[in-house]
Structures are given as structure tokens and as C-alpha cells.
Design a protein around this ligand. Structure first.
Ligand code: 20M
Length: 462
């Protein structure tokens, strides 16, 4: 038995004890998830369907899981009576092990300003009032996919601005390639983060993300890549034979796109002498494009110098916007040090040197999938309403020490007013216009969305 799939234990320790802490007579707990602000003006909600399918759907409670949790938590707390065994046995008996909760959420891919409700959850069986917030720990993990999708979309905005000014905006889909698999803390993070990036782009080396899009969002193939060298396959030939290693790349991959890391010893000499002289004819005879990859130094400086050297060797044309575009047999990829702050610096340096953004693609690893946390968009999950002995009342927090941590009170709906999404108190009237959709009830996924629909919703305005 793999205990990491025991839902009873996918929570914070303190939540185990919370069933005893609500007011007597509590029947319903209603909580919601929002971004309380942070670095970005628009949030892309992404990842919930993965968590619902993987962890919450079907009969997720069993006698075996209850038994193990009972024993394990007795050891953890040094007290065998804290775990809500009776509560879980009730779900097993009365609900066949299916979770008696209702989850409503904004359709994935929807772009929502901060401070709006993105998801709500409430228990459907009054005896399971304690279950709502037990699930917070797991549900709030959607912060990660949502933050990656949000930040990757902002990087897309930056890239589009430079393409519009200096080149061809239709190239946008492949301008930011995901190199992040090795830089994240787990395979699951790679899967969720990799898929989140693919909401905005089509370039990835993070196969885990493609698998998540395939298995949980019905997408046959969400992203693409090309053959490429790494340092080992170049330096294995020895310092004296770097040019031979590079020639081998052109011969092994005689057509289409191929990328070759070129900074093993001297990126500038590689551009001017190896690519630009020794292998120049081979490159120009290829039916395809060589992507030269620098991988060290100050990115804006190195990228411009590489473009200048390749321009001298291979020639370039001026596009309609007046910017230089390399001979189509040669392009550049910068995959070192690329994050949301570095990206515009490189593009700006290129623009100043009159190089079109068409010449370059970016790879980003840690900067794309790991250099962010739950505070980047200040995601939070809070209780907003409670029913005690048949009477519903508002619940909220309003700490004197930080107004930024205020939470919303009462049941809510997400509605469009004058084209803008706003959160309002739920009334019988708001039910028809509510953008929140019931996606999960009593152990069953009610609505499925596809990756194509998510991409469509997250599109940047023309
Ligand atoms: C190379 C170049 C591009 C994307 C991907 C690669 C190959 N994969 C690599 N993976 C890595 C992983 C980790 N670290 C480094 C690397 S790598 O840099 O060695 N390369 S690209 O963004 O330049 N581009 C090339 C052209 C391609 C899209 C991707 N288009 C061809 C037609 C449509 C798409």
C-alpha cells in the first residue's frame, strides 16, 4: 500500500483535530479560494481537474485507509483519540467512501483579476461539516499550476510586445520553451507546472507536463520539441574536436531544426570560426535551421554579440519593421538565466542593436517552474459562511495587523459587470449569471474541460 494516496492523510496535522473545534450544532462549512493580490494583474486558474481526478473522485475512503490513519496518527500525536475515526467511518458507510462535498470553480483557463473567488467548497451532508476545510491542504495546491500559468502568460505578453514591434507575432507559440523538468522539486510538480506552461505555449521538453495534459485533460499532444545537443555530447569529443562534434550534429540531423550548445569553450569563436567558416557551407546547404545556443555569460550582452557574429558570417535581411533577421538557416536560443525579469532585458538589448525578436527563442527552467511560491499571487483559502442549527451566518477575518489579509464574507458568485469579472454576494438572482460551475459533487466529477478549451480561455487579447 502506498500511503501517499491515502486521502485521510493528505492534510496538515492540525486539521485532524479541527472537527472538535467548530461551534456545537455546525452543519455546513462554506469556504473559498482566491488570489489576494501579488505580482500579477490577471490570474489564470489551472490544475483543479487534475487534483479532482487524481485524489478526490470515486470511493477514496476505505476501511484499510481508516485503520492505517488511526494507527499512524496515534503515533504522530502520542494520543489515539484525536483522529476523527467515527467521521470517516460514517463517510465510508453512508456515502460508500465518496466525499460528501460540492466544489464550484471558475472554468480552467479563465483569466480573473485578483481578489475574486476562484473556487468554493462546502459539505453536502451536515454530519460532515468538518470535511470542507480538511480538504484545504490538497485543494490549495492548485496555487502552483495557477501561478505557473499566470507567470508564463505574463512572459508571453512581454514576448508578444517585442514581436509586434520588431518582428512576426505569429511565431509566439514557440518563443518560450520549458526546460524546467530537472529544476523542480518533484515529478508531480514537473507535470503540473509543465502542463500549466503549455496553456500559453507549445514548446516543451518537460514530458511529464505532456502526460498530465494527455491523461487528465484529454490532449493527445500538447507540445513539441526538436533534436538538440547537450554539453556532454559535444565535450565528449574532446576540446580539439569540438568542430567535429558540431559537424556530426549537422550530419546526424541533416534536415529540419537542430540545436547545438556552442559555449563549451568559446561561444564567440564557435560562431565566427566554426559555424561561420568551417561549417558554414554545411549549414547553408541544410534544408532546415541550426539553432545556436549560448549558455553562459551576461545574457543580453552575449545574445547580441552572438547575433552580430552570426549576422556577419551568414548575412541578414531587414524586415518590414526595419529590424535585422538572420539568414533562415540560423537562429539562436537563450536558455540560461531566463526568468520574467531577464526576458525583457535581453529583448530590449536586441531591439537596441536592431535585431528582430524573430531571431531568438528562449528556454526557461527554474525561472518558469520553480522561481515562484504561493505568495507570488498571494493565494488563500478561507471560510466565508457557516450554518449552525439551521441558521447560516457570515464568517470572515479582518486582522488589524494587515488589511491585505481580510477575507470575504458570505456565499459568493463570480459575475461579469461592464465586461469585468467581480465577486458579489450570492443571491437567487446571481445564480443564472454565476461563472462558477459545479465541477464536483459527492465523489463525482460533474464537468470535464479540455486542454483546447483552457488554452482558448487563457488567450491574450489581440
Ligand atoms: C531546441 C531549440 C528549441 C526548443 C527545444 C530545443 C531542444 N530541446 C532542448 N532541451 C533542453 C533542455 C534542457 N536544457 C537545455 C536544452 S536545449 O537548449 O539543449 N534544447 S527552440 O525554442 O529554439 N525552437 C526551435 C524551433 C522549433 C520550436 C522550438 N520550431 C520549429 C518549427 C515550429 C517550432
Amino acid at each position: 500500500m502506498n500511503h501517499l494516496d491515502n486521502l485521510l492523510l493528505l492534510t496538515d496535522s492540525y486539521k485532524i483535530t479541527h472537527y472538535r473545534q467548530y461551534p456545537p450544532g455546525t452543519e455546513h462549512v462554506y469556504s473559498y479560494f482566491e488570489s489576494r493580490g501579488g505580482d500579477y494583474p490577471e490570474i489564470v486558474f489551472f490544475g483543479l481537474q487534475y487534483y479532482l481526478k487524481k485524489y478526490l473522485s470515486g470511493a477514496v475512503v476505505s476501511q484499510e485507509k481508516i485503520e492505517f490513519a488511526q494507527q499512524f496518527l496515534a503515533r504522530h500525536f502520542g494520543n489515539a483519540h484525536l483522529f476523527n475515526r467515527a467521521g470517516w467511518e460514517y463517510i465510508l458507510r453512508q456515502h460508500g467512501g465518496r466525499l460528501p462535498v460540492r466544489i464550484k470553480a471558475v472554468p480552467e483557463g479563465t483569466v480573473v483579476p485578483p481578489l475574486n473567488v476562484l473556487m468554493t467548497i462546502e459539505n453536502t451532508d451536515p454530519r460532515c461539516y468538518w470535511l470542507t476545510n480538511y480538504l484545504e491542504t490538497l485543494l490549495v495546491q492548485v496555487w502552483y499550476g495557477s501561478t505557473v500559468a499566470t507567470q508564463s502568460r505574463e512572459m508571453k505578453r512581454t514576448l508578444l510586445n517585442y514581436l509586434r514591434e520588431t518582428g512576426d507575432p505569429s511565431l509566439i507559440d514557440f518563443k518560450l520553451h520549458d526546460f524546467g523538468f530537472r529544476g523542480v522539486s518533484s515529478v508531480e510538480s514537473a507535470a503540473v507546472g509543465g502542463a500549466a506552461h503549455l496553456v500559453n505555449f507549445k514548446g516543451t521538453d518537460t514530458i511529464a507536463g505532456l502526460l498530465l495534459a494527455h491523461d487528465y485533460y484529454g490532449e493527445p499532444m500538447a507540445g513539441f520539441s526538436i533534436p538538440a545537443a547537450e554539453h556532454s555530447t559535444i565535450t565528449a569529443w574532446g576540446r580539439q574536436r569540438e568542430a567535429e562534434a558540431m559537424r556530426n550534429m549537422l550530419l546526424q540531423f541533416p534536415e529540419g531544426w537542430v540545436s547545438v550548445v556552442s559555449d563549451s569553450f568559446d561561444i564567440f569563436r564557435a560562431c565566427s570560426e566554426i559555424w561561420g567558416k568551417q561549417l558554414k557551407d554545411l549549414v547553408l546547404q541544410r534544408e532546415g535551421t541550426l539553432v545556436v545556443r549560448p549558455d553562459s555569460g551576461d545574457p543580453p550582452t552575449v545574445v547580441v554579440k552572438v547575433l552580430d557574429l552570426l549576422g556577419e558570417a551568414f548575412g541578414y535581411a531587414r524586415n518590414a519593421k526595419g529590424f535585422k533577421v538572420l539568414d533562415p538557416h540560423v537562429r539562436v536560443i537563450q536558455g540560461d538565466g531566463v526568468d520574467r525579469d531577464m526576458l525583457p532585458k535581453i529583448l530590449e538589448a536586441m531591439k537596441r542593436a536592431e535585431w528582430s525578436a524573430d531571431n531568438i527563442a528562449f528556454g526557461s527552467g527554474g525561472g518558469l517552474l520553480q522561481k515562484l511560491n504561493r505568495d507570488t499571487c498571494k493565494f488563500a483559502f478561507k471560510c466565508a459562511a457557516i450554518t449552525i442549527a439551521g441558521k447560516e451566518q457570515d464568517v470572515y477575518k479582518q486582522p488589524v495587523t494587515d488589511p491585505g489579509k481580510d477575507s470575504k464574507a458570505g456565499r459568493m458568485a463570480l459575475v461579469r459587470r461592464d465586461g469585468r469579472l467581480v465577486t458579489v454576494r450570492a443571491t437567487p438572482q446571481t445564480a443564472q449569471e454565476d461563472i462558477l460551475q459545479e465541477v464536483f459533487r459527492d465523489g463525482r466529477l460533474l464537468l470535464e474541460t479540455t486542454f483546447a478549451e483552457i488554452r482558448q480561455r487563457a488567450k491574450l487579447e489581440e
